[in-house]
Design a binder for this molecule. Structure first.
Ligand code: BGC
Length: 729
């Protein structure tokens, strides 16, 4: 069979299949042989094709039928293509994007990546990743958005809309309950139906409803027994039957499993594809184990996608990737502590800038979401170009260390996931060095770094908890600088939460900058200098201690057994199944993240929605009215401080029980103000449907909106709402 690998650099203005394209799909389908149909639903290995280097997969082009091949590439934070003539932009990681609480900005990120993809000849970007942050140690949390399904689903919908407005398909992944990396190919996520519906499926449902993604990726893991990729109830009954999804479902990059069962379940495209799967499909149709109509359904959807992408024309929008990446980083930075307004700093201050991450700043994580962006602006470079005077001795020391460490892989420890760059062990500092620094510099800034990635979960020791070296540096700097009446700021250049309770009292300021993409240092300098007022809000809870979270024991936090990413791995049922490895019980049910903390009253390090500003805001004129099947809410936000700033507002509900257990508060909507000048105010409006207020009743297997008193709270920090209003249903 002749394969066509022409690339399409055109942009779609239209979404959805028109009647004309329906006819075209029908015409082509009618001409296809069984083998051609089977080939179309099995990916074609990119190594055999003349496609952009780094392309993760392609669909099979069939020249004689005018079916072009479409290239699929990762990933969520920018294109994971090998740079040939130019590199691709690295955007901030998922938690940084979601910390913006700004759907418009996240839409621009999606659009900007879509534009870069279209220009590179990529038809589908394998993003966004929208699995829930069930546990802070999941290695891929840095690709995901939140522990809350509404924040995640709404922001991911914005990303998808932005990307698809450029004529490039998004691929929402990994469907579903794929919340740990340890043994991700065989692990069974054992989730109750209510938690599945309300927490783990909900962001996908929101995305399908609000953004109609052109593709969805079925995950590697098993779900309550069978693989998700063979689960017809999930991929067909719920996804298509209940939610009305009509796009393409592709498998995550799996080796051959039960091919016919995968197609029957509702996958339309098996990626990355093996020849033997083509044969499997033909055999299954011929021996009657797969109905040809089921194969035709998948073929139709793939043809629809291929034509939609190949027929598109360039859009006219102007997106500037560097500007979008920088802006998203600025808005995603979260100010966690600012004792006595230590921040912003004035540029005349001399800074003792310490920590490897200050000089070798991390922009993104490992694995499918890694972006070879060429360079990352370090914190040191960012601050220097803002005019800060960085201590030269420290700069020289770390410069030498990074050069030396990059040549010696033995200096890396846990932080090496699989693909991507290493992160170096922290450099110990002597007391005399720190005391000299305190004499000659005005302020100390220490950067603490954490990376994570695909195929490996984070661990507790020297990862969630700080290493001894890091603790010694923080306490040493705190002592030395405070003895001279000077201050210490810690910058968290991290993939996710770290323990802070044991050391946050020693420092004056903490900024969580995440892995903020390639313009890291510029964004951080803008916040540190006060050029930009921080407005990021945490999209997940930061526990005081790891074991405070619900379900802490139901995660492989202490796993040090073999790690295999062999996509052909099969579960071994001949031996007893190992908890948290072969299977994981989602014992906390719906009480994930803040839902548990606010309901149990347990102490929290930094709550969901937490984040400080250089200004202050007041809330007034809160109202709520029920009209038809919608609750409409309003609140006025006023900047009461003396700097311009933006405020994020969450609307949390405390719902009546109605026979089911309910969390004390659940996010139902959110918005962000424009930049408000001192004294300026903005009226924010929200609309929440009765269905959004429903809980899933397992016994009845349906959504239920209880009648009674609904209290709606306004404010980003889930533990400190500013105002509330009541509606009775
Ligand atoms: C990852 C996906 C990714 C795919 C293609 C898989 O291992 O789980 O997220 O899109 O590889 O690179």
């Amino acid at each position: 069979m002749k394969l066509l690998f022409s690339l399409f650099l055109t942009i779609a203005l239209s979404v959805g299949l028109t009647a004309k394209s329906d006819d075209r799909v029908g015409d082509v389908l009618a001409k296809m042989s069984l083998e051609q149909k089977a080939r179309l639903v099995v990916g074609y290995p990119p190594v055999y094709a003349n496609v952009p280097p780094g392309t993760a997969g392609i669909t099979c082009g069939i020249d004689s039928l005018g079916i072009p091949a479409i290239c699929l590439a990762d990933g969520p934070m920018g294109l994971r293509l090998r740079p040939v003539n130019h590199s691709f932009t690295a955007y901030p990681i998922g938690p940084c994007l979601s910390s913006t609480w700004n759907a418009e900005l996240v839409e621009q990120v999606g659009q900007s990546i879509g534009r870069e993809a279209a220009e590179a000849g990529i038809g589908v970007v394998l993003a966004p990743g929208i699995n829930m942050m069930r546990n802070p140690l999941c290695g891929r949390n840095f690709e995901y958005y939140s522990e809350d399904p509404v924040l995640c689903g709404e922001l991911a919908s914005a990303y998808v809309k932005g990307m698809q407005s450029e004529g490039v398909g998004a691929c929402v992944k990994h469907f579903a309950a794929n919340n740990q990396e340890t043994m991700r190919i065989i692990g069974d996520s054992r989730v109750g139906e209510r938690a599945l519906r309300e927490i783990y499926l909900r962001p996908f449902e929101i995305c399908v409803e609000k953004a109609a993604p052109w593709t969805i990726m079925s995950s590697y893991n098993r779900l309550n027994g069978p693989w998700t990729q063979e689960n017809r109830e999930l991929l067909t009954d719920i996804l298509r039957g209940e939610w009305g999804y009509d796009g393409v479902v592709m498998t995550d990059w799996t080796s051959r499993r039960h091919t016919a069962a995968q197609i029957y379940a509702g996958n339309d495209l098996l990626e990355p594809g093996e020849d033997i799967q083509v044969q499997d499909i033909m055999d299954a149709v011929q021996n009657g184990t797969l109905a040809e109509e089921d194969l035709d359904t998948a073929v139709r959807r793939v043809l629809g996608l291929v034509f939609k992408i190949s027929d598109t024309e360039h859009g006219t929008s102007v997106v500037e990737p560097a500007g979008v990446s920088l802006e998203a980083a600025r808005e995603g930075l979260v100010l966690l502590k600012n004792e006595d307004n230590v921040l912003p700093l004035s540029a005349s201050q001399s800074v003792a800038l310490l920590g490897v991450g200050s000089y070798d700043t991390r922009g993104t994580g490992h694995g499918a979401a890694n972006v070879e962006c060429g360079y990352v602006v370090s914190i040191a470079d960012g601050l220097e170009s803002h005019g800060f005077d960085i201590d030269k001795e420290s700069r020289g020391l770390y410069g030498l260390y990074v050069d030396f460490a990059s040549a010696d892989q033995n200096l890396n420890h846990w932080k090496y996931a699989h693909v991507g760059e290493p992160l170096y062990d922290e450099l110990p500092l002597s007391d005399s060095f720190m005391s000299n620094l305190a004499s000659r510099c005005d302020i100390a800034m220490f950067t603490l770094s954490r990376m994570s990635g695909e195929q490996k979960d984070r661990v507790l020791e020297d990862d969630f908890y700080l290493s001894n070296t890091e603790r010694n540096i923080i306490s040493g700097l705190s002592e030395a600088f405070h003895a001279k009446g000077k201050k210490l700021i810690v910058v968290l250049n991290v993939c996710g939460p770290v323990e802070t309770a044991s050391w946050k009292g020693l420092v004056d300021g903490i900024i969580c900058v995440w892995l903020p993409g390639q313009y890291a240092g510029r964004a951080i300098a803008d916040i540190v200098s006060g050029t930009v007022n921080p407005s990021g809000r945490l999209p997940m809870s930061w526990p005081v201690d790891y074991f405070d979270i619900a379900g802490a024991e139901d995660f492989p936090y202490d796993y040090d057994g073999p790690r295999s990413n062999d996509a052909s791995l099969k579960p071994d049922f001949s031996r007893p199944q190992i908890r948290n490895v072969d299977y994981t019980d989602y014992s906390e049910g719906i009480y994930v993240g803040y839902r548990y903390f606010v309901s149990s009253g347990k102490c929290i390090g930094f709550p969901f929605g937490y984040g400080l500003s250089y200004t202050s805001f007041s809330y007034s004129a809160a109202s709520a009215t029920l009209r038809g099947d919608k609750v409409r809410l309003k609140v006025r936000v006023t900047n009461t401080g003396d700097r311009s700033g933006k405020e994020s507002v969450g609307v949390y509900v405390h719902a009546p029980m109605g026979g089911l257990d309910k969390p004390a508060r659940e996010l139902k909507s959110f918005a962000k103000t424009r930049l408000l000048s001192p004294g300026e105010s903005q009226l924010l409006s929200f609309e929440i449907s009765l269905r959004d207020l429903a809980s899933f009743n397992e016994a009845a297997s349906e959504w239920e909106t209880a009648s009674g008193k609904y209290e709606f709270f306004f404010g980003a920090d889930v533990t400190r709402p500013k105002l509330s209003v009541v509606v009775r249903l």
